[in-house]
Write a protein that binds this ligand. Structure first.
Ligand code: NDP
Ligand code: OXD
Length: 313
């Protein structure tokens, strides 16, 4: 029987260990560093300590316990075995909910209603109808496409930007750098669901914010970033919020996590802060997904949701 290694940092590993042991169907499950490296067949990781995977001589495959793989690919000593990531209805549903929630918070002026509540003020401020609000989704992969579909159902005008064009009913598709200006120029709310790669690092910066629509129903552009903190230049977001280039932001991810106590985002009146939980990985849902993948692999079938190392996602 095969042996699975869990190499996890930044999350509590116990719930994963318990769940893997319950679901592994006879396979041994070890938690790094309590493992014999020579016995490991599969590694399931979240921010594994650098170099750990290179020490496993019979490793056959690596599984990211999240959808993103930047944490994994950052390891300079990655062995040459297939890498798969999570694509799962539970995680996708969580992200879809997060994006819809934050789009609605901005469209429905919740910051203003919170301020009114503190003043015990009963006043209907009205709102722009959803069909007058143009949402632009940067990154039309598994999560971007699911969020786009729900926002469309809610009545928003939705467009997506990705490397390759997408054909999706009622959702405008923009692809490639040449289409970026047109995409940004029609977006009142920019939702970022890009992976962090060499190409996308720092993409959410002042000159990009300046290219967003300024004639929209929300009085100026809004940024929602649930991709990665490394995608955003935080000094530029603060500058843009201060000078009106952005009117508001929802940030789930940050350059440094946990967000330092001294960060100005914590009490910024135009910002919603969440602790990188837009789509948390839940062992109850996701361990099954990984075990299914291992079963496929052991039956000689190809792994699903493989990562392209060169592309970085
Ligand atoms: P996918 O790999 O399915 O999608 C990535 C999308 O980004 C694709 O549409 C791809 O284009 C596009 N893309 C990548 N690079 C570029 C680029 N340089 N220019 C334009 N488009 C680009 O990923 P997921 O949708 O599953 O996840 C997206 C990210 O969400 C993850 O990588 C992770 O960082 C983040 N995430 C955050 C979570 C949180 O809790 N905050 C939870 C889960 C994920 P194409 O389709 O053409 O290849
Ligand atoms: C992920 C995450 O990539 O939780 O899944 O950030």
């Amino acid at each position: 029987m095969s042996t699975i290694l869990l190499a996890i940092s930044g999350w509590e590993p116990e719930a994963w260990l318990e769940r893997f042991r319950a679901e592994a169907k006879g396979r041994a499950v070890r938690l790094w560093p309590d493992a014999d490296p020579a016995a490991i067949d599969y590694a399931c990781v979240w921010k594994q300590p650098a170099g750990v995977l290179a020490k496993l001589p019979k490793l056959k495959a690596i599984f990211s316990l999240g959808a993103g793989v930047d944490h994994l690919l950052a390891d300079p000593a990655l062995p040459d075995v297939p890498i798969a990531r999570i694509v799962d209805a539970d995680l996708t549903g969580r992200m879809t909910g997060h994006v819809a929630l934050h789009v609605l918070l901005h469209q429905r002026k919740m910051k203003l209603y919170e301020a009114q509540r503190r003043e015990r003020l009963w006043r209907d401020l009205g709102e722009a109808p959803a069909e007058d609000v143009r949402v632009g989704i940067l990154g039309m992969g598994t999560l971007g496409r699911a969020a786009a579909a729900l926002l469309r159902q809610l009545g928003f005008k939705v467009a997506g930007f990705s490397h390759s064009p997408k054909v999706i009913a009622d959702i405008e598709s923009f692809a490639g750098e040449a289409a970026m200006d047109a995409f940004l120029g029609r977006s009142d709310i920019l939702v970022c669901l890009l992976p962090l790669t060499a190409e996308t690092r720092g993409i959410l910066r002042y000159d990009l914010f300046r290219r967003l629509a300024r004639d929209g129903a929300l009085g100026g552009p809004v940024l929602i970033n649930a991709g990665r903190g490394g995608l955003q230049v935080e000094a530029d977001i603060l500058r843009a919020l201060d000078d009106g280039t952005l009117v508001a932001a929802s940030l789930d991810v940050f350059e440094q996590e946990p967000l330092p106590k001294a960060s100005p985002f914590w009490d910024h009146p135009k910002v919603y802060v969440t602790p990188h939980n837009a789509a948390s990985s839940d062992p109850k849902a996701l361990v099954k997904n990984v075990i299914n993948q291992i079963e496929r692999f052991e039956r000689g079938l190809p792994l699903e949701n493989l990562v392209d190392r060169k592309r970085g996602y």
